[in-house]
Write a protein that binds this ligand. Structure first.
Ligand SMILES: O=C(CO)[C@H](O)[C@H](O)COP(=O)(O)O
Ligand SMILES: [Fe+2]
Length: 222
């Protein structure tokens, strides 16, 4: 398992001041940018032009979470926009192995996301093609939803498969992660944690990043 990393999502930040909002979390390992196209999910956020501007203004690298249809055709735009990690949804990719290879070849970390009802087992043989697997712990589309405990067994199974294959793939969780739920995820084997509303509703977002990291690190070492 890798060291604990915290990647705040700006989904619930003030979109009119995104540069300043990102500057409020200097301790973050990554900034998680949720790209939504109103087709793959019933919500619309921003596209590559906005992400490119954010990448230029941020001292923290960007972790793009693409909730878009036709990921095969559009994912590389986010590598070009300057994201250090690009996550596509397997439900939206026609050729996930080819896409992961293309993302890596273009110079970013390649990551694949699974919605709550999508199993990890069919993708066991492609773990070595991936730098990260993202297990959604809410239905994608909106911030501020309740954490789905039913996803915890899948986190455990994903960690077991990664151990079995001896891969260095990171295991990210996204959705409803807070000081209350992060321990369960870390104990199940996750090592990269997205937290949106928990961070941006805190009085001091950067202190919340540190508190989340400490809580997860303690749970991982148990
Ligand atoms: O991908 C997402 C939603 O589809 C967001 O990253 C996620 O929901 C973060 O927000 P919160 O921590 O408030 O759940
Ligand atoms: Fe996300």
């Amino acid at each position: 398992m890798g060291h604990i990393q915290i990647t705040p999502s700006i989904l619930n930040a003030d979109f009119a001041r995104l540069g300043e909002e990102v500057a409020r979390i200097p301790s973050a390992d990554w900034v998680h940018v949720d790209v939504m196209d109103n087709h793959f999910v019933p919500n619309l956020t921003f596209g590559p032009t906005m992400v490119e501007a954010l990448a230029r203004s941020s001292s923290v690298p960007l972790d793009a979470h693409l909730m878009i249809e036709d990921a095969d055709r559009n994912a590389l735009e986010y590598v070009e926009a300057g994201c250090g990690s690009v996550t596509f949804h397997v439900e939206a990719a026609k050729a996930p192995v080819r896409l992961a290879r293309e993302i890596r070849a273009a110079g970013a970390r390649a990551s694949m996301a699974l919605k709550p009802a999508t199993p990890i087992e069919p993708y066991e043989d492609m773990l070595s093609e991936l730098d990260m697997v993202l297990i959604m712990t809410v239905e994608p589309g909106f911030g501020g939803q309740r954490f789905l405990d039913l996803c915890l067994p899948k986190i455990r199974r994903a960690r077991a498969l990664m151990d079995k294959h001896g891969v260095e793939t990171w295991l990210q969780v996204d959705g409803g992660v807070s000081l209350e739920t992060i321990e369960r995820c870390a104990e199940a084997g996750a090592d990269v944690f997205v937290a949106g509303s928990a961070v941006y509703s805190a009085a001091d977002p950067d202190k919340m990043v540190t508190a989340l990291r400490e809580t997860a690190t303690a749970a991982q070492q148990r």
